[in-house]
Structures are given as structure tokens and as C-alpha cells.
Design a protein around this ligand. Sequence first.
Ligand code: S3P
Length: 441
Amino acid sequence: MSNSLSFNVAPGGQLQGRLRVPGDKSISHRSIILGSIAEGETLVTGFLEGEDTLATLAAFQAMGVDIERSATRQVRIQGVGLNGLQAPEKPLDLGNSGTSMRLLSGLLAAQAFDVTLIGDASLSKRPMKRVTEPLALMGARIETTTAGTPPLRIQGGQALQGIDYTMPMASAQVKSSLLLAGLYAQGHTCVTEPAPTRDHSERMLKGFGYAVRRQAQGAAARICLTGGGRLQGMNIDVPTDLSSAAFFMVGAAIASGSDLVLEHVGVNPTRAGILRLLWDMGANILLSNTRTVGGEPVADIKIKASSLRGIRIPEAQVPLAIDEFPILFIAAACAEGETVLTGAEELRVKESDRIQVMADGLQAIGIEAQVTPDGIIIQGGQIRGGRVNSHGDHRIAMAFAMAALRAQAPIEILDCANVATSFPNFVELAKTAGLQLETQA
Ligand code: S3P
């Protein structure tokens, strides 16, 4: 993929109107995975047609699943049942998508055939031992590089055993990978999370008719399922992605005169840390028309500009806002006073090192940001403008685009092509709402 796409964003402006951001990435991945191994047809509405979720879709097509896309973001999957996947002819290329690789490693560890998972330069640097080690405890055979990174060479034909595993980090990807392997394992598979993480896998498994048990353990939970059941195809209505909505929420909060409504946004409490943190900072955000769609809470979100104050981010909120820190740091840059983040070392192993890359970018546009081993300290101030390198990280590119709303001079953002991994129409929607953004190939 070309990495030469830049964003040039003129300073100032405001965000107005009613928008619908694309479908939720996490739920879209899971709809393809579970729909493929279910029995009968699954119809997915509101599917995210981003590069990451399309990589998951293409992987299942390569394993013989009949998946049809329509022009209206509907996807029709003819499930092949738990044991109906076929060996792909070549390695499955999962592009930039950590979710695809981690979730698929659990599912594919249990198949009768061998398969290799590969990814782009960013994904090829990301840690995979967090899934391959517990999967090995279940009896899986997966080879990584000596650094614990992709390619993953998965040897099929292994009989898996359930495990009772406590994750060292709060990761929904690890939890989901083990639960997917657990569908095929002998006996019970239980995963204990040190802090709550997104629970879309558990909700969707239940929707497909698979029993998942959850026991509260202090602030966190132990999630168990028993191998050998079956999934029944269903209809899935994917809410829009709170992580994508977050760019517009912060943009409207920081740009004076803004008044914006984001429709049909997923507000699952295990994802809603960003709402709580922005409320703590003094943002004017109202949820209305809250309802449940396909087992997931959904609301319309109205945001008006307001003055923000810096906060100390509670560590318990970190996993619940894990993808929103790039844009939250922009809110912090526009707030009065200091914002302090701790307990967020996971941010260093996302699509980029989001602590370092954000600190470099903030400094480049005139904001004081001090990196700490597990977080960052940001002093609110005046954004000047300047040139920022997103290092191919979609969320960093979109975060700095919104920063221009409060800048004194243009912001140029390099290496933005990967915005298409999660938010293919970001440029168009941002311009419609009022961002003065031009792209340069
Ligand atoms: C995801 C879980 C999160 C998140 C990622 C999507 C998921 O990763 O950062 O974008 O769909 O399960 P971790 O669970 O590894 O923190």
C-alpha cells in the first residue's frame, strides 16, 4: 500500500450537522468470524467496509466460505459450521489488522489443516506471544519469529484441551482468541481478565446461541465456555463505531461554535471510557434515543463545544478507552491545565507506539508532552500548526486532523493511507462536517 497520502488541514472552523460514522470494527470482524463457523445463513447489516474487516472477510472466503457483499453494506454469509472451513491455498494476508491475526490464531489453531498468517510492516512487528503461549497450553502448535512476531505458522490437526487462564494484560483480543479456540477444545475454557475489556465476543456468541458464562471477580471477570456446541446463523445489525465517532466528538468539543449529532453509535459500557473521560474534562455530550440493537447498546450522541480541563485518567478506564487515546490527547492539548495518563503501556504496541508518536506529533505542533514509561503528561496550550508523521497509524492521522480545528496555522499529516483500515470515508465526512481538509497523494 502507498504510504504517500498526506492530509493538509487548514486551521480553524467548527463541526456541524448530523453524521453517521461507519460500522463498528470489532463487531464487524466478529460477525464474519462467527457467521462463517455458524450453521445456516448470517446477514450482517451496517458492516464496516474498512481494509481491516475486509481482510477478515477475504480470509474466510479463502477458506471456502461463501460470503457476498451488497452495495448497501450488507454482507450475507453462508456458514459452514464449526468444522467446515477448508485449507486456504496460500498464506492469509491480514494487512494491518491485529484483531484479525489474534482472533484467527485461536480459531485456526483448532482446524484440521495448516495455515500461515502474515501481515503488513506494522502488524509484522506486533507481539503475538500473548496469544500463542496460552494457545500452546491448550495444545496448539503455532510458530512465530524468535521475536514473537508474525508470520504465524499454525499446524493443524491438534486436539485442544480447555484451560483456565488468567491474562497478564487486559486484552479483548487475547480473551476472544482463547474463547474461539475453546469452541473446539475438550472441556471448559475459562479466561480471567485483570480488568474489564470489550465484551463483543461474549455478546455475539450468545446471540449465535452459544452458552457463555461470566462470573464477576472483583472489578473484573472470568469468562467460560464449553467446547463441542454449535452456532446458529442470525441477523446482525452493526452499530456505528464509537472509536470512529470519538474523532468527531472531540473535534466538536474543542471547536468553538460546534454542534454535532452522531447517529446510531455503539455505547457498550466496555467501550465507553471515552465518554466518561470527556465528561470528566467538562465536555458537553448528551446521549439520547438509547436502545439495544442486536444485543449491543446504541445511542445518538450530541456534542457542543465547551471549555475542557485537564484530568488525571483513572487507570481502570484505560482498557475501556484503549483505542481513543490519540484523540483524547488532542482534547488534553486543548484543555486548561495538565492531563496525566498512567498504566497505559499497551499503547506502545498498537498500530504504532502511540505514546511516543503522539508525543512527537504534539511537540511538533507546539504542545508540551512528556513521555513516561507507561503513559504521558500533556500540558494544555495553544496549538500552532506544523508537520506531523502518523507513522501509518490510522488513529494518529485522524486525531491530528481534528487538532487543526484549534490550530493557528495549517497541520500537515504524513502517511495517512491507513485511515482506510477503519474509517474509509473519514475525509469525506470530516469535510461535510466542516473540517478544511485536503489530501495529497
Ligand atoms: C480489539 C481489542 C483491542 C483494541 C483493538 C480491537 C478487539 O485490543 O485495541 O483495536 O476487537 O478485540 P486489545 O484487546 O489487544 O487491547
